[in-house]
Design a binder for this molecule. Structure first.
Ligand code: CS2
Ligand code: MN
Length: 402
């Protein structure tokens, strides 16, 4: 046994085609119904169209990433009953179609965020960079969110002021555009390049979190889990929460899926194998790295899906991505611990969905022919292919020596 090898595919609009991914030799595809607006039901019809397309290319639909949790669920708005009923119905429909691992996240307003999508390393490859002072400059001085300066450490704010001083208007605008629009991290997906006042829309979404601190957001996540995990369990689905990226509060909003303690708290809310984790080493390694092995010890039995990638950590909360094997995460130890966990599941005779542990190389470096084919940020073909090949080799070496 080994991890199920997968790649993310963004649907028909993705310049990287299913036939490309098939050549790489992946077993499974990780995708979502990207054309359905957040909060609407995923029907059996729409799910089957995508599933059939993937299967026609000789692969399986391994994981849904993501079935998005709308903002109305996170803030527990008046619309909650409709939104949660739709979410439950989408889960039932996925179960009916035989899809059994579903990723979600619970980050307020913004999914993953970077301040530079094209940071060149000396070798000529490009990676994505998170510069904390630059992010704070975006929040406090470009977006001009009221009170933003009080939400970050004073030394970072001081550095942010310097960064902003040296920024042209054009650079400031591009920074905001990249963070809000390009990474597609803006959760409800309500803005695109043609939305003129996207900064205002973004601020209005942040505003809806007034009065929602860490405890309230946790209570809302707990409510969500109690409403969806039993449905997932009944329909044979494992839910997998994606950690916060980066794993600390930004924009003055709480983030509650960042630490080992957070993960322990989440799995304790509903005691079911269906209440699980999408283990993303790129996200979880940013606070500290030995920590990550402790996490596997503590919550490894609930890990259903793996995002393996690496980072270089820098002072002041900054980091940049760095391929898959080298970097702050000891990928050998991580892969070994996870393979040992998988063997335990096999010995215990668990179900297929609990054993497969699909893996994908989360974000890849941009290199070689990637410069000729514009993919979604973080998702170039060659860099990810290299990552998957490295991870597969690492895994084989570990398996043979276990
Ligand atoms: C992904 C996330 O591209 C990425 O960084 O890992 O966007 C992930 O898909 C979501 O957080 C999961 O809901
Ligand atoms: Mn990830």
């Amino acid at each position: 046994m080994a991890f199920e090898k997968t790649m993310r595919w963004f649907g028909d609009k993705d310049p990287i085609k299913l036939s490309d991914l098939r050549q790489i030799g992946v077993e499974g595809i990780v995708t979502a119904l990207h054309h359905i607006p957040n909060g609407e039901v995923w029907t059996v019809d729409e799910i089957m169209k995508v599933k059939n397309k993937i299967e026609a290319h000789g692969m399986r639909w391994s994981v849904v990433e993501s079935l998005p949790v709308s903002e109305g669920i996170k803030i527990h708005s008046d619309d909650y009953p409709r939104l949660i009923a739709n979410y439950q119905e989408s889960l039932r429909n996925l179960g009916r179609c035989g899809i059994d691992i579903v990723v979600y996240n619970f980050m307020p307003v913004l999914d993953w965020v970077r301040t530079d999508l094209h940071y060149k390393l000396e070798s000529g490859v490009e990676v994505m960079y998170f510069d904390f002072p630059t992010f704070v400059a975006f929040d406090a001085f470009v977006l001009k969110r009221p009170g933003a300066e009080n939400d970050y450490p004073a030394e970072i704010v001081a550095k942010a002021r310097e960064v902003y001083k040296n920024m042209s208007e054009e650079e400031a605008e591009r920074l905001a555009y990249n963070i809000i629009v390009v990474t597609q991290g803006f959760i409800d997906g309500v803005v695109d390049g043609s939305t003129p006042d996207y900064k205002k829309v973004f601020l209005s979404y942040i505003d809806r979190y007034k009065g929602i601190g860490r405890d309230q957001l946790r209570a809302n996540l707990s409510r969500f889990l109690k409403d969806v995990v039993p449905v997932a369990e009944e329909y044979g689905i494992n839910m997998a929460v994606h950690p916060d990226d980066p794993p600390f509060p930004v924009l003055g909003l709480p983030r509650i899926v960042s630490t080992k303690e957070d993960l322990e708290w989440i799995i304790s809310q509903v005691d079911s194998v269906s209440n699980g984790i999408n283990f993303c080493t790129g996200s979880l390694s940013v606070r500290s790295n030995d920590y990550i092995l402790d996490m596997i010890k503590s919550v490894g039995h609930r890990i259903h899906f793996l995002h393996l990638r690496n980072n270089v950590l820098l002072p002041n909360g900054c980091f940049h991505e760095y391929g898959h094997i080298e970097g702050c995460v000891d990928m050998y130890e991580v892969a070994k611990a996870l393979l040992i966990e998988q063997r335990r599941r096999i010995r215990e005779g668990l179900k297929d969905k609990d054993i497969r542990m699909p893996v994908r190389p989360d974000h890849g470096v941009k290199m070689l022919d990637d410069y000729t084919r514009e993919a979604n940020p973080g998702y170039p073909l060659i860099g990810r292919l290299k990552g998957l090949a490295e991870l597969a080799g690492l895994e084989m070496g570990i398996e043979r020596s276990l």
